[in-house]
Design a protein around this ligand. Structure first.
Ligand code: CTP
Ligand code: MG
Length: 235
């Protein structure tokens, strides 16, 4: 089975605050996207990485990646993305050559995922699961609320799902390529991860252990944590 990774990196990073597009912001002096590509290329099973760049930024992203070293066994291609993460992933899937039958989808915003997590996702897909997500138990209790129309307004609590049955899911998520292509062709409503589209097809998604260092850089505090994790690795 040949394995490729699609990295959606076309988002602006609104929640991170003003600055360059999130994937191009640096961690330890290196763009987050370069960390993310290296994290995928660290797996010996991965032979192609398709980076989905901001719609008007494919040329810039290409030269950025060319300026950084990557393992020789890994091919990298760059395609322009779309208005939503979902659309960006679909555009990345469209760019996959036919010989890849396992595909991972990995957020550029998760630059520090360890290679063992990548490998365990790939292994579970190769063992026959149509869709695999890395997942962790939650620290916080989660409430369902009736969302307020205005930010800051008190919100009525509707219920509390049993925390022990909940998981926070990360990327890379792994798929049988044909299944993911069908999911993206079938599901039209907005979703926040790829696996939920496969769930909507009625297929089984399995969770394997995720990793704390696979957290998503979303808000400014996440940058502080990412820099600290990187500094600790470089000790
Ligand atoms: N993404 C994408 N195309 C989009 C929107 C998001 O490829 N139109 C990518 C982001 O670049 C990121 C991943 O999807 O790597 C996860 O999205 P998120 O963390 O929400 O990043 P942004 O959408 O950039 O951030 P924000 O929602 O704060 O604007
Ligand atoms: Mg977003």
């Amino acid at each position: 089975a040949r394995t490729a990774v699609v990295i959606p990196a076309a988002g602006r990073g609104v929640r991170l605050g003003p600055g360059a597009p999130k994937a191009l912001r640096t961690l330890g002096g290196t763009p987050m996207l370069v960390h993310a590509v290296r994290a995928m290329a660290a797996s010996r099973a991965v032979s192609l990485v398709v980076v989905v760049a901001p719609p008007d930024g494919a040329t810039e992203v290409k030269s950025l990646l060319a300026a950084h070293s990557l393992p020789e066994r890994t091919d990298v291609t760059v395609v322009p993305g779309g208005a939503s993460r979902q659309e960006s992933v679909r555009l990345g899937l469209d760019a996959l050559p036919p010989e890849y039958d396992v595909v991972l989808v990995h957020d550029a915003a998760r630059p520090l995922v360890p290679v063992d997590t990548v490998d365990s996702v790939i292994e579970a897909v190769r063992a026959g699961a149509p869709a695999v997500v890395p997942a962790l138990p939650l620290a916080d209790t989660v409430k369902e609320v009736e969302p307020a129309g205005t930010p800051g307004e008190p919100e009525p609590v509707l219920g509390t799902p049993e925390r022990a049955r909940l998981r926070a899911v990360q990327t890379p998520q792994g798929f049988d390529r044909a299944v993911l292509v069908r999911a993206h062709a079938t599901v039209t409503e907005n979703v926040t991860d790829d696996a939920s589209m496969v769930e909507q097809l009625g297929l089984t998604v399995v969770a394997v252990p995720g990793h704390e260092e696979a957290f998503k850089v979303t808000r400014p505090l996440d940058l502080v944590l990412a820099e600290a994790v990187l500094a600790r690795r470089r000790l």
